[in-house]
Design a protein around this ligand. Structure first.
Ligand code: NAP
Length: 263
C-alpha cells in the first residue's frame, strides 16, 4: 500500500488523520513546524501499528519554499503517495485591524491557507493521476461556505480551497483521483486555544461541537465515495443548504455564526 502525506499532523485533525490512515495500512509522511509534537505522533503510530513506516518533514507552510522541499523529499525517497491531506491551518491575523505588523504576516497567512495547498496539488497530483489512483482531502471549513462580517481572511481563504477542490475533482476524477473539500464546523482540537479564542467554547452550544475522530472519519468516507464537498457533522449538513440559500444569506450579513476574528 502507498503512503499518505498529511500537513499539520502535529495536533488536532492532522494527528487524527495520521491515526485513521495508519489504521487503513498507509505509510505516513507527517509535516508541521513542531518536530517534538510530530515525534510524539510518530511514536504513538509506531507503537500501535509496528508495520507502518512514519517519516517526518519539519516545515513551515507559510514560507514559499516549503512545498517544493516537501515534494523533492517525497520524490527522493521514492514514496508513492496514495493520499494527500492538506490540513495545516490557523485562525490568523485580522485583515483590516492588524496594521502595526505590516503586510508580511498577512501574506504569510495567505501562503499557508491557500498558496501552499495549490502548490502541493500542483506538484503531487499529476503523479497520482499518471499512476491512476489518488485521494486528496483539502481541509477547509463551513466558514468558507458563507461570507460573514468580520471574517475577511479565514473564511475567504477557505472559500478558495473549496473552489479549488471542486475544480480539481472535476479535472482528475476520470484518472482515478478523488478530491474532496472537507468542511468541518466547530471541532475539539487545539485550534481555538492556539488562536486565544477559548471563550468561544463557553459561548457556543455544545451541540455545535464535534470530535476530531468523527470529522476525520467522515472526511475519509467522503473522499472514498468521490464527494467533492464533504460537510462534516449532521447539524452542519442540515444547516449547509440553508447557508447556500439566497433567502437566508441576509441573516448572516451582520450576525450569524460567531466570526473567527473581527476586522
Ligand atoms: N478546530 C476547528 O473548529 C476547525 C473547524 C473548521 C476547520 N478547521 C481546520 O482544520 C485544520 C486543522 O486545524 P485543527 O483544528 O486540527 O487545529 P490545531 O489543533 O491547532 O492544528 C493545526 C495544525 O496546523 C499546523 N500548522 C499551523 N500553522 C502551520 C504552518 N505555518 N506550517 C505548517 N503547519 C502549520 C500545526 O502544526 P505546528 O504548529 O506544529 O506547525 C498543527 O499541526 C485547519 O485547516 C483548520 O482551519 C478547524
Amino acid at each position: 500500500m502507498g503512503a499518505a502525506l498529511i500537513t499539520g499532523a502535529s495536533a488536532g485533525l492532522g494527528a487524527e488523520f495520521a491515526r485513521q490512515l495508519a489504521a487503513k495500512g498507509l505509510d505516513l509522511v507527517l509535516v508541521a513546524r513542531r518536530r517534538e509534537k510530530l515525534n510524539e505522533v510518530k511514536q504513538e503510530i509506531e507503537n500501535s501499528y509496528p508495520n507502518i513506516s512514519v517519516s517526518i518533514i519539519e516545515g513551515d507552510l507559510s514560507q514559499p519554499e516549503t512545498p517544493q522541499i516537501i515534494a523533492e523529499q517525497i520524490s527522493a525517497q521514492g514514496i508513492e503517495l496514495h493520499y494527500l491531506v492538506n490540513n495545516a491551518g490557523a485562525s490568523g491575523p485580522r485583515l483590516l485591524q492588524d496594521q502595526d505588523m505590516g503586510w508580511r504576516p498577512h501574506h504569510e497567512y495567505l501562503t499557508l491557507m491557500m498558496t501552499s495547498i495549490a502548490e502541493l496539488c500542483h506538484r503531487l497530483v499529476p503523479t497520482m493521476a499518471a499512476a491512476g489512483y489518488g485521494r486528496v482531502i483539502n481541509v477547509t471549513s463551513v466558514s468558507g461556505r458563507i461570507a460573514r462580517a468580520g471574517d475577511s481572511h479565514y473564511g475567504p481563504a477557505k472559500a478558495y480551497v473549496i473552489a479549488l477542490s471542486e475544480a480539481l475533482a472535476l479535472t482528475v476524477k476520470a484518472q482515478g483521483v478523488n478530491v474532496s473539500a472537507l468542511c468541518p464546523g466547530f471541532t475539539h482540537t487545539d485550534f481555538h486555544a492556539t488562536a486565544g479564542m477559548n471563550e468561544i467554547k463557553q459561548s457556543t452550544p455544545s451541540m455545535l461541537w464535534y470530535s476530531a475522530e468523527e470529522v476525520v472519519r467522515e472526511g475519509i468516507a467522503g473522499v472514498e465515495k468521490g464527494k467533492a464537498i464533504v460537510v462534516s457533522g449532521r447539524l452542519y449538513r442540515w444547516l449547509d443548504p440553508l447557508m447556500q440559500s439566497v433567502w437566508t444569506r441576509w441573516l448572516f450579513k451582520g450576525r450569524g455564526l460567531p466570526a473567527s476574528s473581527s476586522d
